[in-house]
Write a protein that binds this ligand. Structure first.
Ligand SMILES: [Zn+2]
Ligand SMILES: [Zn+2]
Ligand SMILES: [Zn+2]
Length: 341
């Protein structure tokens, strides 16, 4: 059984999937076959056929896909159906109303394998991030054309504690997830009241602030004014018009540089810390705007009763101090890549 439920009071969205109760989430699936990593080159037959495979030869990237009988082994990026899906296109079951709201958790769940090797995400070169972003755009576009898909959520959960292929989860929902809904509502209210987008506003106001990290032509990185996690940072397109799905190759390459620079900077500043990297973008099926951005949440501390019980976040590191450490490290990474600071 895989169900969406909403709690009795707050409408908080919950996925109940008791068919995956023996598995702890998605991410590192190196333990499926003891001693065998199903994502390593040569083991392509151990996953379901990849729906998208990028193969890079002589500077040209080709988009291919596996078949049941033929697995492509010279890939640089693979997108495979998750072996432990959080949602399912074969989800069925009953619908029920409040106070016991439930519905089948219909959706797609893919894993984008971003590296042939087991490595830290900070190790991925900018060129490979470009390939990852091309594959991501391709798959997200396809998903938005499917029935029953109103939102495509993209995120990475990184934990250094075991051997790992950097990967992105791509999970669809039949409606906007609650936090996206909140951001969209809040941004659109601000646009209606103030006549400008709050994220565009932040980009220009934070440009020379103590929370600014690093900027390149079309993207900037900053520590937010009131973060939820110590050392949290965001990567934000400077122009409101840039859409994740409509990024040009130049913008993709710039974002790839930014990911390399910022994840490299995070590693240099804090070491091999756990983090989540989350894409917050508008739904292609909604006219409401969300100036998209990437949020990186380092998991340095466990959340406790104040956060869980009252929604109040406590930070022992100010975003200004966090920015002073992250900006030095990330600017050094940028200097190594493009020779400027
Ligand atoms: Zn592996
Ligand atoms: Zn904007
Ligand atoms: Zn956000």
């Amino acid at each position: 059984m895989v169900q969406f439920r909403k709690d009795n009071i707050l409408d908080r969205l919950v996925i109940v999937n008791d068919s995956s109760s023996e598995v702890e989430g998605e991410g590192n699936r190196d333990d499926h076959n003891v001693g065998t990593c199903i994502y390593c080159p040569g083991n392509e037959h151990l996953t379901k056929p990849a729906v998208l495979v990028l193969v890079q030869k002589e500077g040209i990237v080709r988009r291919l896909s596996d078949t049941e009988d033929n697995r492509i082994d010279d890939w640089c990026v693979r997108v495979v159906p998750s072996s432990n899906p959080l949602v399912s296109i074969s989800a069925n079951g009953t619908y029920s109303n409040k106070p016991f709201y439930s519905e089948p958790a219909y959706g797609y769940h893919y894993l984008l394998v971003a590296s042939r090797e087991h490595c830290r995400p900070s190790y991925i070169p900018a060129e490979q991030w470009s390939n990852v972003l091309v594959a991501l755009q391709d798959r997200v576009k396809w998903l938005y054309m499917q029935k029953g898909v109103s939102y495509v959520a993209v995120y990475m959960d990184y934990d250094a504690s075991s051997g790992w292929h950097p990967n992105l989860n791509i999970v669809t929902f039949p409606y906007m997830p609650p936090l996206i809904e909140q951001e969209v509502e809040s941004i659109n209210r601000y646009i209606n009241e103030a006549g400008l987008c709050p994220i565009c506003n932040i980009v220009s106001m934070e440009d020379k602030s103590p929370r600014h990290l690093v900027s390149i032509e079309n993207f900037t990185a900053l520590c937010p004014w009131a973060p939820t996690y110590p050392y949290e940072f965001w990567i934000v397109p400077k122009r409101h018009g840039i859409q994740l799905l409509r990024m040009t190759q130049k913008e993709i390459d710039e974002l790839a540089t930014m990911l390399r620079v910022m994840l490299g900077g995070l590693y240099t500043a804090l070491g091999d810390v756990r983090f989540s990297m989350i894409v917050h973008a508008s739904s292609e099926k909604s006219r409401k705007q969300l100036h998209w951005h990437i949020e990186v949440h380092p998991r340095l501390v466990d959340k406790h009763g104040l956060e869980d019980g009252f929604g109040v976040h406590f930070l022992s590191v100010s975003p200004e101090y966090a920015a002073s450490k992250l900006s030095v490290a990330s600017r050094r990474e940028l200097a190594k890549l493009v020779g400027i600071t």
